[in-house]
Design a protein around this ligand. Structure first.
Ligand SMILES: Nc1ncnc2c1ncn2[C@@H]1O[C@H](COP(=O)(O)OP(=O)(O)OP(=O)(O)O)[C@@H](O)[C@H]1O
Length: 239
């Protein structure tokens, strides 16, 4: 992990992402340029506006058709391996992220390949489970946890790998209001810089910076309250 609280620069220069489809090409992002070093960054916009594509660009899950995206000075295409170590990705559906049979095994799996002994891994897993109210669930099948517990586990499994940035794609969408708030509180209070794609405007308002996408374009970037106001008045209200 980079030095604590060292928020990285996210920079896109004229990034376009196009996808070939049966009926031609879809432009998911069109000529997007931006630079931010904010700690918590909200990404908002209507369905299909390009938010997930932007999020996936940041850890190399999507590559630009044109232009360049860098995170902490690392090119997300040319230095994809380093970028993946730096950026942890949280999916909307935690089931997509849970890979091992039990809760404890799933966390332990995230710690593999880090030069830790079995004992050190077990110690770390026990501590993380205790910190997150999951100690009694250690040996249960991870997929039997509640939706809120599963998302908490998925996020902890990302965090144990000690990324210096978290990108979360609608991490609260499948959760009830209480769990959504718990996950939002967790993400917003992490030492790591966090990029959060969300339709939850209350969550977006709690961030330090906001990006608004519309029809593949970045149409606003700045203080969340102003960006949200523009989203509601110009885009949501559009006939
Ligand atoms: N792999 C793909 N192949 C074809 N089209 C794609 C692909 N990924 C995204 N798209 C298209 O690109 C556009 C932007 O998609 P994206 O998922 O980035 O939007 P979004 O703002 O995250 O939407 P939502 O809020 O519904 O998740 C959409 O029209 C989508 O259908």
């Amino acid at each position: 992990m980079l030095p604590e609280h060292a928020d990285s620069e996210i920079a896109l220069s004229h990034v376009t992402v196009r996808h070939p489809t049966a009926s031609g090409e879809v432009t998911a992002l069109h000529d997007v340029s931006l630079m931010t070093r904010a700690h918590n960054i909200a990404v908002i916009g209507l369905n299909g506006s390009g938010k997930s594509t932007f999020a996936r660009l940041l850890n190399g899950l999507r590559t630009p058709t044109n232009g360049v995206a860098t995170v902490a000075g690392l090119d997300t295409v040319k230095e994809a391996r380093a970028v993946r170590k730096h950026v942890g990705f949280v999916f909307t559906n935690p089931d997509a992220q849970i890979v091992m049979p039990t809760v404890a095994e799933d966390l332990a799996f995230s710690l593999r390949g880090r030069g830790l002994s079995k004992g050190q891994i077990a110690e770390r897993v026990t501590a993380v489970l205790a910190e997150n109210g999951l100690a009694a669930h250690a040996d249960l099948p991870a997929h039997d946890l509640s939706g809120g517990q599963k998302q908490m586990l998925a996020i902890q499994a990302v965090l144990v790998a000690e990324p210096s940035m978290i990108v979360a794609d609608e991490p609260t969408t499948l959760l009830d209001a209480r769990n959504a708030r718990r996950i939002a509180d967790l993400l917003l209070n992490l030492p790591q810089q966090c990029v959060i794609v969300t339709h939850d405007l209350e969550l977006a308002a709690r961030c330090d910076d906001a990006l608004l996408f519309d029809e593949a374009r970045l149409v606003a970037h700045g203080v969340p309250s102003a960006v949200i106001e523009r989203y509601l008045s110009e885009i949501v209200a559009r006939p």
